[in-house]
Structure formats: structure tokens, C-alpha cells
Design a protein around this ligand. Structure first.
Ligand SMILES: C[S@@+](CC[C@H](N)C(=O)[O-])C[C@H]1O[C@@H](n2cnc3c(N)ncnc32)[C@H](O)[C@@H]1O
Length: 247
């Protein structure tokens, strides 16, 4: 069973595309006429030019909205497509799940006629800047240490490329890991945590002490005192990165 057959059951409840991030991804895809979305999940951030979604989990495929691009059940490591099949191939918040990163990136490059666009995060920056993993949930951070893909490694595998930071707005619509950086109570909600694989896969027992401390700090007003600076910001850079490679 694909991991997301279990994790994905409630995915569409909290994971909806944020329009500001969507615009940035769309701009990164550029003037590509056709796009293949690999590790497409429920179809968040797919430009209308998407001609095919590739996704291993049936549960995720089933949650794709009516009218979304057709989806094929397959993995990045073996794309069921010919060489140069589409102008652009994108892979968003998925490379850390792949069993063979080298094979997957080789496949993206084979299928992309002009451009590969990857959304991922820099774990070093994430650990330093995101208060939840830095100060409360070290276990979740440790789990991500083992699967986060270093940006340099991605760029090497892509044969070069540029990166751009993706800032997370304070009211981010898409409930991924750091989405609620200015809405700390959200992390106490099991439904929110269920949509964040870093937390869902760490498990509630391991998270319980950190979450209890967060609940106490919020109730006592300590969180708001300690992170007062954050409350003045509209968006932050906690390490999410778009990697864009042309060939
Ligand atoms: C966090 S979700 C991201 C989904 C979507 N790209 C988005 O941004 O909302 C990660 C997705 O990667 C998929 N995935 C896991 N292993 C994969 C693999 N080897 N090849 C392609 N996709 C994979 C999962 O099934 C899941 O749908």
C-alpha cells in the first residue's frame, strides 16, 4: 500500500492550494505549453496546462477534483511516458517520499523537454527558523532529517538549476508543515496534524510531550511573549524552495 493510501484519507480537508504560492509556481513553470505533475497527489498547484498527473496512491487520485488533468497510478522512478513528453515536469513536496531519488530525477529530466520544477525545503533552514520543530517537536525534526533532500544534491542530480524561496503567508490556505507558523493553536488540532506528513508519521505518542508544552505556553501567554516578533510579520521564509532546472 502506498504511504499516502493511509496518510491521504483526510488530505483534501486541510491541503488546498494557496493562491499566492500557486502564482509563484505558475510563474516558475513559465511559458511551458504542457506540464506533467509527478507525485501529484490531489492536484494542488497544477497549472491548467497540465496534461497528466502521475501519482502512486489511489486514495490521493480519488480526491482529485472533477475536471483535473487525467491521472495515472505510477511512481516517479518509472514514469510511463516517452522521452521529451512535455515542456515542463513538476514535482511538488514529493521528492522526500521517493524510494530512489536518483532514478526519479533522471526520469523527470528524461520526460521534460525544457524545464523541471521542484518544490521542496531546506531542512537546515527549516530547523533553525521554524519555532515548532526547533523549540517543541524535536522528534518530528529528527524524522525529517532522515528524509529531507539537500538542495545541493537536487541541483547536482538535475545538472544545475536555480532556487527561489517560497515565503509562507501568515494566513496560508494550504495546511503543510509550517503553514500555521502564526496560528500556533492549529498544531494542537489532530485534523491539522493529519494533513502534515512530518507530524502524522512521527505519531502522537512521540509528539505528546512537545504538544502539551505548547498548549501550556499558549494558555499561559508565554508563546505570545516569546514569539512576539513573529506576530508582526505577514510572511516568513522557513526554508521552502522552488528549484528550477532548464535544459
Ligand atoms: C505531500 S504529498 C504532495 C502532493 C502534491 N504534489 C501537493 O503539492 O499537494 C506527496 C505525494 O507524493 C506521492 N509519492 C510518494 N512516493 C512517490 C513516488 N515514488 N513517486 C511519485 N510520487 C510519490 C504521495 O503519494 C503523495 O501524493
Amino acid at each position: 500500500m502506498a504511504t499516502y493510501d493511509a496518510l491521504g484519507v483526510s488530505y483534501a480537508r486541510t491541503r488546498r492550494p494557496d493562491p499566492r504560492i500557486a502564482a509563484q509556481i505558475d510563474a516558475a513553470v513559465g511559458d511551458a505549453r504542457d506540464v506533467v505533475n509527478v507525485g501529484a497527489g490531489t492536484g494542488s498547484y497544477e497549472p491548467v496546462r497540465t496534461v497528466l498527473a502521475v501519482e502512486p496512491s489511489r486514495v490521493m487520485i480519488r480526491q482529485r477534483p472533477a475536471g483535473a488533468a487525467p491521472a495515472v497510478q505510477a511512481v516517479a522512478e518509472h514514469l510511463p511516458l516517452g522521452d521529451n513528453a512535455a515542456d515542463a515536469v513538476m514535482a511538488l513536496l514529493t521528492v522526500h517520499h521517493w524510494t530512489d531519488l536518483t532514478a526519479g530525477i533522471r526520469e523527470l529530466r528524461r520526460v521534460a523537454r525544457r524545464r523541471v520544477v521542484i518544490l521542496t525545503w531546506d531542512q537546515r533552514v527549516f530547523r533553525e527558523r521554524f519555532w515548532l520543530v526547533r523549540d517543541y517537536l524535536a522528534h518530528a525534526a529528527a524524522f525529517d532529517d532522515s528524509r529531507a533532500v539537500p538542495i545541493d544534491q537536487l541541483i547536482d542530480l538535475l545538472g544545475g538549476g536555480r532556487t527561489e524561496p517560497v515565503h509562507v503567508p501568515y494566513d496560508c490556505v494550504d495546511g503543510f508543515g509550517a503553514a500555521y507558523w502564526r496560528r500556533p493553536h492549529a498544531y494542537l488540532d489532530p485534523q491539522v496534524r493529519a494533513g502534515i506528513s512530518m507530524l502524522a508519521q512521527t505519531g502522537d505518542d512521540a509528539l505528546a510531550p512537545g504538544l502539551a508544552r505548547l498548549a501550556d505556553d499558549l494558555a499561559a501567554g508565554r508563546w505570545h511573549t516569546r514569539y512576539a516578533d513573529l506576530l508582526t510579520l505577514d510572511s516568513i521564509d522557513v526554508g521552502y524552495r522552488l528549484v528550477v532546472a532548464d535544459h
